[in-house]
Design a protein around this ligand. Structure first.
Ligand SMILES: Cc1cc2nc3c(=O)[nH]c(=O)nc-3n(C[C@H](O)[C@H](O)[C@H](O)COP(=O)(O)OP(=O)(O)OC[C@H]3O[C@@H](n4cnc5c(N)ncnc54)[C@H](O)[C@@H]3O)c2cc1C
Length: 511
């Protein structure tokens, strides 16, 4: 053992596990401490309804499949098995219109043309515009900082700005509500593209949110993926890989304090009082909690003030798990319609209004909603001939008027009504129900404000500015203390990038 102790990773979400695997792979002695009795954080699948396994949070794993993390850690060799969700999304408009978004741009354009050739043409232009944008930001999302990517990035940047550079600059810093109104003719495609951007946790009127609507192009490039057995598949593969590399995972071990003296991290102290001497500490939890509450003494001065100012809005997500004996019977459905995200956002304007209502602490009306039906692709999740229907509201208030305990039933019923209106007879197929609301996410997952990204996704809180400009390089002013997780550079979601980059920073400092 290192004479000052082991490397301690705080939090066994996927980012913490990724960080730990890279450290162990480099020969470091690593312990991951997790407050819950099980690992995974936002990448967990549980039997919330007896006999049916549901993802608690993430269903679609996209960004991690754009990185080489699964290959570098040989996660397939540890059991990782992703199934492609194609089409990656479908618009289930209440008036019966359908638009299918396939990995193939051609097939998508054909699908839109069935409803409107004019809209199909506009969508193709929009995707053509988005692809060089996606390719430009991809290295940052992947954590690829090598100089060799620069020439290609310059080419992509030039392609993105080749035509009408000023208009493109304006588009890039736009909110996506405005962007989609300019580029797409109607709610036929605006609604579902916005629903996908909202699923990433970005508000329609946030300046710079346009990037998340342009990100639609990334799904055409890389597809969307479901882990066999659910999001838990990624967690299980990371845990197995960590064990094979000699790392240790300790669950039911909540961290109460990260001890530092003379500007150097010394130890992690658990809530039960146990002190684990640490050579280095990598946090993979909310960075504000890590550095302003757990770190002792807390980060102060300008770095502390900057971090305290990082924003977290009231708009988060809430989920309903519906166990059924059939898939939602959408009129005019085709066999692949349940493979990906099913958007029930008919109007972009409704989504934008919902965001404002939710920010003000109201349960939005109408409720924006999307569904995933992973059992359509994966027979391991439900009994034979039964299904798992995951409903999520991407604009749910963390703090709601009257409190979630009093509003939960209304939320569930209104969610089911929205689905019933699009799939008449659906309610009769329900065999069990569970809900998972922001108050529970805050309590169980220790997500302040129930925020799955810890901090809002906004231009000034993304990439090297996440969580703050000073802390955007995964290092902190405390020697030996590193930060990772959804609230750090580059962003949230299932990516693993921040975990890997924090581990790389630590390893570079050792050298
Ligand atoms: C409804 C919903 C749907 C989502 N869908 C998707 C999706 O489809 N695709 C996608 O990419 N993302 C999705 N997300 C977001 C995604 O789940 C998160 O951004 C992601 O899980 C963050 O991962 P992480 O490893 O950074 O942190 P987390 O997963 O939050 O892990 C942090 C871990 O730290 C532990 N911890 C906290 N405090 C302590 C402490 N004091 N001591 C020890 N351990 C501690 C927690 O218990 C947890 O296990 C969704 C989120 C929600 C809420």
């Amino acid at each position: 053992m290192h004479d000052a102790g082991v490397d301690v990773v705080v939090g066994a979400g996927h980012n913490g596990l990724v960080a730990a695997c890279y450290l162990a792979q480099a020969g470091r002695e690593v312990v991951v401490v997790e407050q819950l009795d099980r690992p995974g954080g936002g990448s967990r699948t549980e039997e919330t309804v007896p006999g049916y396994r549901f993802d608690l949070h993430s269903v679609a794993h996209n960004i991690i499949n754009m990185t080489d993390i699964p290959a570098e850690l040989d996660l397939a060799g540890a059991g990782l098995d992703y199934i492609e969700m194609d089409p990656f999304s479908i618009a289930i408009h209440q008036d019966g219109r359908r638009v299918r978004f396939f990995r193939s741009i051609e097939a998508t354009v054909e699908s839109i043309a069935e409803e409107s050739p004019h809209e199909a043409h506009a969508y193709r232009r929009f995707v053509d515009k988005s692809l060089p944008m996606v390719r430009t930001v991809l290295p940052a999302i992947r954590g690829d900082s090598s100089l060799s990517v620069l020439p290609r990035q310059a080419v992509n940047l030039a392609r993105a700005f080749r035509r009408q550079p000023l208009t493109t600059a304006r588009d890039t810093i736009s909110p996506y509500d405005a962007l989609l109104r300019r580029w797409l003719p109607s709610d036929l495609t605006r609604g579902p593209v916005a629903a996908f951007a909202a699923h990433a946790g970005v508000g329609p009127t946030v300046p710079g949110g346009a990037l998340f609507a342009f990100w639609q192009g990334a799904y055409h490039l890389f597809g969307q993926w479901h882990g066999r057995g659910g999001a838990q598949n990624l967690t299980d593969a990371l845990v197995a890989r960590l064990a094979s590399l000699g790392g240790e995972l300790r669950c039911s071990s909540p961290v109460a304090r990260i001890e530092a003296t003379a500007g150097r991290v010394r130890a992690v102290v658990l809530e039960g009082g146990e002190r684990i001497a640490a050579a280095n500490v990598v946090t993979a939890i909310d960075p504000k909690t890590a550095l302003l509450e757990l770190l002792d003494p807390a980060l102060d001065g300008e770095p502390g003030a900057d971090l305290a100012a990082a924003r977290r809005s009231n708009v988060v997500q809430a989920v309903v798990h519906v166990a059924t004996n059939r898939l939602p019977p959408y009129a005019g459905s085709r066999s692949s319609d349940w493979n990906g995200l099913q958007s029930y956002v008919d109007h972009l304007g409704d989504l934008t209004d919902a965001w404002h209502q939710s920010e003000a602490g109201r349960l939005p009306d109408p409720l924006p909603l999307y569904a995933f039906t992973p059992s359509a692709l994966d027979a391991t999740l439900a009994p034979a001939h039964h299904h798992t229907v995951y409903l999520a509201c991407p604009a749910a208030p963390a703090r709601v008027e009257g409190g979630w305990a009093a509003r939960k039933e209304e939320f569930v019923e209104r969610s089911l009504d929205i689905l019933e209106a699009r799939a008449p007879g659906f309610r009769a197929s329900i065999t069990g129900l569970a809900s998972w609301t922001p108050d529970e996410m805050e309590r169980v997952e220790r997500w302040p404000g129930g925020h799955p990204m810890y901090l809002d996704i906004a231009l000034d809180q993304l990439g090297p500015f996440r969580p703050t400009k000073r802390l955007g390089g995964w290092r902190t002013p405390v020697t030996g203390l590193y930060i990772s997780g959804a609230g750090t550079n580059p962003s949230g979601g299932i990516a693993g990038t921040s975990g890997r980059q924090a581990a790389r920073a630590l390893l570079a400092d050792q050298r």
